[in-house]
Design a binder for this molecule. Structure first.
Ligand SMILES: [Ca+2]
Ligand SMILES: [Ca+2]
Length: 250
């Protein structure tokens, strides 16, 4: 399952990177495999490509999708993206839309982190007009109201959670990259009684796709490993927990 999730994230990343290079169509084409449509039984149709499905509970799912818009600006044609969030539930072999949400302007969402009563997602400008505006939003799964819990200045792909300082509150680990500086970025948001605050932030490689949390050195404090790229080479980098710092292990 983690491998499947990782593969989906890399596909999403490939699409985004293709847009940066003006190769959106060729990027999508390269992802196509043999046409096996005849063997597939569709259970639901959407008006924009779904790039992630997260299970909320037994019969409810959170879908992340992205719609593309082509805009002419002078001689140039630019592609902009707009993200959608949908919650659907299965009832009598049908999918029923329970809730949907999109933001104004060309804005997209990171991969969501689904918890028991809420989900967390980063909302940011479409890569073609990234303006340094990324908000981390926490949505209640009871009434779907959201609150802004943090801001960062880079493009977030993934959100993970763990209690890194072992104070009983789950903290958040964001991974992504800064498209203007071509730098991978990592941020740890500490969950305090007054809300989330940045406890640790660092730059690594050119892009940072995802992280997974594990107690690598068995000292009972959670460490994390990130998948990042240096000049097109993928590497795994371990960060050992020396809270509030994290030391890179070579
Ligand atoms: Ca904590
Ligand atoms: Ca540890």
């Amino acid at each position: 399952m983690p491998h499947a999730i990782h593969t989906r994230k890399l596909i999403f990343l490939t699409v985004l990177l293709s847009i940066f290079g003006g190769m959106f169509l060729s990027g999508c084409t390269s992802l196509q495999t043999e046409n096996k449509e005849a063997e597939v039984t569709p259970i639901m149709k959407t008006d924009s490509p779904v790039i992630d499905i997260s299970k909320i509970n037994r019969n409810r799912f959170l879908l992340l999708s992205t719609k593309a818009f082509v805009k002419q600006e002078g001689e140039k044609f630019n592609i902009f993206l707009q993200g959608r969030l949908n919650i659907v539930k299965i009832a009598k072999n049908n999918f029923i839309q329970e809730w949907n949400y999109s933001l104004e302007r060309f804005r997209v969402f990171s991969y969501p982190l689904v918890k028991q009563n809420c989900f967390v997602v980063a909302a940011e400008d479409s890569p073609n007009l990234f303006n340094n505006e990324t908000e981390v939003l926490m949505f209640s799964l009871d009434d779907f109201k959201f609150k802004r819990i943090a801001n960062v200045s880079y493009f977030v792909f993934s959100i993970n959670s763990e209690d890194f300082n072992r104070d009983g509150r789950e903290d958040l680990l964001l991974t992504g990259y800064d498209p203007r500086l071509d730098l991978g970025k990592i941020t740890l948001l500490e969950n305090t009684s007054e809300g989330f605050r940045k406890a640790f932030e660092c730059a690594i490689g050119n892009k940072t796709f995802d992280a997974f949390v594990s107690d690598v050195n068995k000292d009972s404090y959670p460490d994390f490993v990130v998948l990042t790229t240096f000049s097109c080479q993928e590497i795994l980098q371990i960060f050992v927990n020396k809270y509030p710092n994290f030391e890179k292990r070579e």
